[in-house]
Design a protein around this ligand. Structure first.
Ligand code: ASP
Length: 343
C-alpha cells in the first residue's frame, strides 16, 4: 500500500517511460485508442468472444512491465506459473516501488516484511507471510508449493526455508523507504483505513498459457507502518488469490483486512463457477461486500481482478482509481476498472 504520493509519481514516471519504449517497438496501444485489440478486449470483457491464450493480467500500472516479462515466457510456450513468478519479479526488484519487494515501506518497527502466494490450475498452492530479507517472496512461495508438504510458511521459518533453497539474504530497506519511515515516526500516526485516493499497490497477476493452464500470484510489502507481524490478504489463499483451472482465477488489491473478511478471491471464483462472467463476478462480490459492511466500508478500497478459464477478464473496485494491465494478442494496455461508489 502506497501512503506516499511521491512514490506513486515515481511509479507513473517509470510506466510512462516503459510505454514510450513499447511505442517505439510499435506494438503498444493504450486504453482509449481505437484498436482492434481494444475492440477484442471489449468483446472479451463482455464475454462475447473466447480469447485464445496466452493472456496475462495484473493489478496497477506497474503491471505493464511485469506483464511484459511474463509475456516473454508465455509466447515461447512457457508454463503460466513460471510466467507469473517471472513477471512479478520485475516490481519486486524495483527499489522505486514502495509497495512490493525491495524498497517496500517497512512496518512501524522499521522492518520490511513481505507477503506472497502462488496457485496453479490444479489447486496446488504455496505461500509465505511476514518474510524478511528476501527480495523475491513469490519465488519462495513457489518453492513452498513445490518442495514442501505445506502451503504456508511464516516469519523466521519462511526465511530459514528461503535460505536453504539458495535465496540471498539482503537488506530490503532502501534509504528512501527508511527516510519515509523516520518521517512517519515523528507523529507515528497510524490509520489502518488509509485514504483510498493514494492507492494500494500489491501486484496480483493471473496468466493463461498456450496449453490453457491458468496460474496466479500475489506479492506485496503490505501496509506501510503496520504492526510487526501483521499479515494482509495477499499471502492468504482464497483472500488475495484463488485459482481453479476448471473455472478461473481472481486476485485483489486494497485494504487486506477487508478482503480477508469476504474471502474475496475465492468468492469471485465461486461466483464464476455459478455462471457469472469474470466481470459480473467481481461486481457481485463488491456489491455484496458493501451491502454487508455498509458504513464500515466507507473510505476503504477493495479492488478485484479476475480471469475465467478462457481468458476473459473482469475488474471492479469499491472506489475509483483501480487500474490494471492487460496483455493479449501481443498488445499491452492499461485499463481503468469500473467501480461502485463515487468519491
Ligand atoms: N492488500 C495489501 C495488504 O493489505 C495492500 C495493497 O493491496 O496495497 O497488505
Amino acid at each position: 500500500m502506497c501512503i506516499n504520493p511521491s512514490a506513486r509519481r515515481v511509479n507513473l514516471e517509470k510506466t510512462n517511460n516503459f510505454v514510450r519504449m513499447l511505442s517505439r517497438k510499435d506494438f503498444l496501444k493504450l486504453t482509449g485508442a481505437v484498436s482492434l485489440a481494444g475492440m477484442l478486449g471489449e468483446a472479451r470483457s463482455q464475454g462475447k468472444l473466447k480469447t485464445k491464450a496466452p493472456v496475462v493480467v495484473s493489478t496497477w500500472d506497474f503491471g505493464l512491465e511485469a506483464n511484459a516479462a511474463a509475456w516473454e515466457l508465455l509466447v515461447k510456450g512457457g508454463y503460466s506459473l513460471d510466467a507469473v513468478v517471472a513477471g512479478v519479479a520485475i516490481p519486486e526488484k524495483d527499489p522505486a516501488i514502495n509497495t512490493v519487494g525491495l524498497g517496500g515501506f517497512p512496518d512501524r518497527d522499521g522492518r520490511v516484511t513481505l507477503d506472497a502466494c502462488v496457485m496453479d490450475e490444479q489447486l496446488n498452492c504455496g505461500s509465505v507471510a511476514c518474510l524478511e530479507h528476501i527480495m523475491h517472496p513469490a519465488a519462495v512461495a513457489k518453492q513452498v508449493m513445490e518442495k514442501t508438504p505445506h502451503v504456508m510458511l511464516t516469519g523466521e521459518g519462511a526465511l530459514k526455508f528461503a535460505l536453504e533453497q539458495g535465496f540471498k539474504k539482503e537488506n530490503l530497506l532502501t534509504a528512501q523507504a527508511e527516510a519515509a519511515w523516520k518521517e512517519w515516526l515523528k507523529k507515528s500516526e497510524y490509520s489502518p483505513s488509509p485514504n483510498w485516493e493514494l492507492n494500494h499497490d500489491t501486484i496480483g497477476m493471473l496468466a493463461l498459457d498456450r496449453q490453457n493452464r491458468l496460474s496466479g500470484v500475489c506479492t506485496t510489502s503490505g501496509m506501510a507502518w503496520k504492526m510487526h507481524g501483521r499479515v494482509g490478504d495477499s499471502p492468504i489463499i482464497g483472500a488475495g488469490l484463488y485459482v481453479d483451472g476448471e473455472v478461473g482465477g481472481a486476485t485483489c488489491s486494497g485494504l487486506g483486512e477487508e478482503m480477508i473478511r469476504i474471502a474475496a478471491s475465492h468468492s469471485v471464483v465461486e461466483a464464476m463457477r455459478s455462471g457469472k462472467s469474470a466481470q459480473s463476478a467481481c461486481e457481485a462480490v463488491i456489491k455484496r461486500y458493501y451491502r454487508r459492511r455498509g458504513e464500515a466500508a466507507k473510505g476503504k478500497q477493495v479492488c478485484l481482478l479476475a480471469m475465467d478459464k478462457n481468458g476473459n477478464v473482469g475488474a471492479y473496485s469499491l472506489m475509483p482509481g483501480f487500474v490494471y494491465a492487460l496483455t493479449c494478442n501481443g498488445v499491452h494496455e492499461i485499463r481503468k476498472a469500473a467501480y461502485l461508489l463515487d468519491a
